[in-house]
Design a protein around this ligand. Structure first.
Ligand SMILES: Cc1cc2nc3c(=O)[nH]c(=O)nc-3n(C[C@H](O)[C@H](O)[C@H](O)COP(=O)(O)O)c2cc1C
Length: 187
């Protein structure tokens, strides 16, 4: 087997990864932000926490510092354009909610907002923001407050019926994937 040496943007070797929509801020509040994020992962089960590698310069992170709450919205391929838009345009320049007609609903437990049309979401509250880890990114550690998934697309045992739900994955730039079939590891 021959291997190609990867130079530059080596994180791509770890892609594709899910492309989520983060919505930041409180329901009914003026301070709100929205962006795409792939560098999101579960951190712990006791207590339930997740982490996001969050670009320091983003409008959304500035709103998160004020409001402390956000949701991680899981989307399918029908929202690819929306993911790209909110992930390539900044709230410092444009009110993305208004510009792209993004509709939100009240989150159930964290006081925040969820994306209308999402397949599911996790409601989170900031536990700690770790700075000085990198020049470009802060690490947001957050408590998982609540989570929902569309009943027809989510199996309590295996989680997402991903081939049906088509959870959107990000490859690079404008390129995305959607999962194909479920495979099982041998016993
Ligand atoms: C598919 C995709 C995934 C992204 N993943 C992340 C991420 O994990 N962390 C991050 O800080 N920015 C990520 N971005 C970039 C932000 O979404 C982008 O900087 C956005 O414009 C920030 O918006 P804001 O300034 O309104 O907060 C991603 C963009 C795309 C398109």
């Amino acid at each position: 087997m021959e291997y190609e040496r990867v130079t530059g943007k080596r994180y791509r070797v770890l892609h594709p990864r899910p492309a989520y929509v983060l919505i930041v801020g409180k329901w009914g509040g003026d301070d709100r932000g929205i962006m795409a994020a792939s560098w999101v992962m579960p951190l712990s089960e006791e207590p339930e926490r997740l982490v996001v590698a969050w670009d320091k310069e983003t409008h959304s992170l500035s709103i998160l510092r004020k409001t402390g709450v956000f949701t991680v919205n899981v989307v399918g391929p029908e929202l690819t354009d929306l993911v790209w838009r909110v992930g390539s345009v900044s709230g410092w320049e444009v009110d993305k909610f208004r510009e792209y007609g993004i509709e939100v609903e009240q989150a159930r437990s964290n006081g925040g907002m969820v994306l209308k049309g999402a397949l599911g979401w996790v409601e989170a509250r900031v536990f700690r923001i770790v700075e000085d880890l990198a020049e470009d990114v802060d690490l947001v550690i957050a408590d998982v407050v609540d989570a929902y998934a569309r009943r027809d697309l989510y199996d309590p045992r295996y989680g997402w019926r991903a081939s049906k739900a088509g959870i959107l994955l990000h490859a690079s730039g404008r390129a995305f994937f959607t999962p194909g079939r479920m495979v099982f590891a041998e016993k």
